[in-house]
Design a protein around this ligand. Structure first.
Ligand SMILES: [Zn+2]
Length: 197
């Protein structure tokens, strides 16, 4: 197997030799002969320079079929679980109107559905689906109290196009039907200040 010539500059090579953590996250290095990739700070044996391949990120290394080193866990460093889940939660916060499935999110965020499910639950304390439904119901509550759209329209806007499922879920979470909730809000609103048009 012919190895293509790759220039590794001195700074990078020095970082590898000295296991310099200052370079963690800046590049990763893979070793052709073992098929394993590491972060610069890895305490593993210094590889033969001619077998080393520099990669910008762990994702690239994984795409190239390198396996993450068990010792320095370069895949974890790039994205700790907390950060991964936070990214996903933030994404849900802005995409809850779309039809979301665990599979779709797992694919988008490069994990297995099972791993995503478990990790999300562990970190957030709720499942992805509960989290998403909670956002949808909160949004529905906002909409119900702030405008005159029909419950069906609001269900749609909140990302639950099935109106009867929406009503059931809404009741489950709030103890009120969407209409009751709206009435209650508008009564209270009138008592507190001038009705808005
Ligand atoms: Zn390593």
């Amino acid at each position: 197997m012919a190895l293509e010539k790759r220039e590794i500059n001195d700074e990078i090579w020095q970082a590898i030799i000295e296991n310099d953590p200052a370079f963690d996250g800046i590049f990763y290095y893979a070793v052709e002969t073992t098929g394993i990739f590491c972060r610069p700070s890895c305490k593993s044996r210094v590889p033969n320079k001619k077998n080393v391949r520099i990669l910008k990120n762990a994702q690239d290394a994984l795409l190239e079929q390198y396996r993450p080193c068990k010792r320095c866990r370069p895949d974890n460093l790039q994205l700790p679980d907390e950060e991964w889940i936070e990214q996903i939660a933030t994404w849900i916060d802005t995409h809850y109107r779309e039809s979301l499935t665990l599979e779709k999110m797992a694919e988008l965020f490069h994990g297995s559905p099972y791993h995503l499910h478990r990790t999300f639950k562990r970190i957030k304390g709720v499942t992805v689906s509960d989290y998403t439904q909670q956002i949808r119901i909160s949004e529905a509550m906002n909409l119900l109290s702030s405008n005159a759209k029909t419950v069906r329209e609001i269900a749609n806007l909140a990302g639950i196009p099935n109106a009867s499922y929406f009503a059931t879920l809404f009741h489950q979470k709030t103890g009120l039907t969407p209409t009751e909730y709206r009435q209650r809000k508008s009564t209270r609103g009138r008592n507190q200040h001038e009705p808005t048009s």
